[in-house]
Design a protein around this ligand. Structure first.
Ligand code: AQP
Length: 344
């Protein structure tokens, strides 16, 4: 007989968790690689989607901007189609158990394991004046995010795979010592793990905190700016609209077109046979604008209705906290902490 899966939701569904840090503005890369897919998963899984504001302060944030962005990220999640009735959508800092479990897990994470995290090395190189301990222990907070909700599945990009491995090591270590306490998370590999690249430097990922805004299409960019960015995207030598490794610029534009149109790459190539890069750029700009127009309109409406936004946010946090509190109580009990008010 196969062992039952630990931590399944009461409806028998697996838990899935993901999030994005409000450390820049959401991009078409976030949309294609994450938020669009999250929306498609909400029927199949018990989903937890966070705005991971605690993570964002590993690099310095302007408090006013952080507040604005966190709210706007939340509204953008909803505007992109995430349903607050079907998912737990919340701000990470609204559920204090994240920070509490992270402390516990820190005590179960060998220092040497953290020194091997490549993202720490990359981010330290990027921010040499602010190599703080939070940046170093960031993967432990991410482990807490995942383990708090018994997440069985975590959609992760290439850059987060090592952190998920670390989470699995921590869970295994704890479970081996104290008996089954945490569900064991697996990476969720989506249908098309499209990775969107920077428009001006198409050999690296489009990044929401890129200092060069021309590399990035933001979800809230106005149509004129989107058109300008698409038109000035770097393309390659030659003129044939073809997907090839030695044509990273064109391949990137074709990928965006393919995902947003629902056509396969060969179908998109076929559409542009005999046409120039310029045609692709113009049509891509139109497609991106048409995709983002309803998102931007819904976002604008939501931002005008802050009472609604805050009430949904509160509800999401309350639902998430219910689950998180149970996990933390289980952990504290295993560790030998006396529950508050245990004997009155
Ligand atoms: N260019 C991209 N193509 C495809 N998917 C992408 N994602 C991000 N950029 C692309 C996916 O979006 C989710 C959130 O990713 P993130 O990189 O914004 O993650 P983060 O932890 O919020 O950001 P960082 O790296 O901590 O901070 P910044 O971006 O400010 O440097 C992920 O699922 C990712 O795969």
């Amino acid at each position: 007989m196969t062992k039952p899966i630990f931590g399944l939701a009461s409806n028998g569904k697996k838990n899935l968790l993901s999030g994005s840090a409000p450390s820049g503005n959401l991009t078409i890369g976030n949309y294609i690689g994450a938020i669009k897919t999250w929306g498609e998963l909400q029927a199949e899984f018990n989903c937890y989607y966070m705005v991971v504001d605690l993570h964002s302060i590993t690099t310095r944030q302007d408090p006013k901007l952080l507040r604005e962005r966190s709210l706007s990220f939340y509204a953008q999640y909803l505007a992109c189609g995430l349903d607050p009735e079907k998912n737990k959508i919340f701000l990470q800092s609204h559920v204090s158990e994240h920070a509490e479990l992270a402390w516990v897990l820190n005590c179960f994470t060998p220092f040497g394991d953290l020194t091997r995290m490549t993202q720490f090395k990359d981010k330290s190189a990027k921010h040499p004046k602010n190599i703080n301990s939070g940046l170093f222990t960031y993967p432990v907070l991410m482990a807490a995010d995942i383990l708090l909700y018994d997440a069985h599945l975590v959609p992760v990009g290439e850059d987060q795979k090592q952190h998920l491995e670390l989470t699995r090591d921590i869970a295994l270590r704890f479970n081996n010592e104290f008996g089954e306490t945490f569900a064991f998370p697996d990476p969720f590999i989506g249908k098309v793990g499209a990775r969107i690249m920077a428009l001006q430097e198409p050999t690296r990922k489009m990044d929401k905190s890129d200092p060069n805004a021309n590399n990035t299409i933001y979800l809230l960019d106005d149509p004129k700016l989107i058109t300008k960015k698409c038109k000035s995207a770097q393309t390659d030598s030659g003129s044939e609209v073809r997907f090839a490794e030695d044509k990273p610029g064109v391949a990137n534009l074709l990928t965006i077109y393919s995902v947003l149109s629902g056509l396969t790459i060969p179908q998109v190539e076929e559409k542009f046979v005999g046409k120039m890069y310029g045609h692709l750029k113009v049509e891509l700009a139109e497609l991106v604008c048409a995709t983002l127009a309803p998102v931007q309109a819904r976002h604008a409406d939501l931002m005008k209705n802050q009472d609604y936004l805050h009430s949904v946010m509160q509800k999401g946090a309350d639902l998430a906290a219910e689950h998180a509190a149970k996990t933390l109580a289980r952990v504290y009990d295993k560790l030998g902490f006396i529950p508050k008010g245990a004997r009155k």
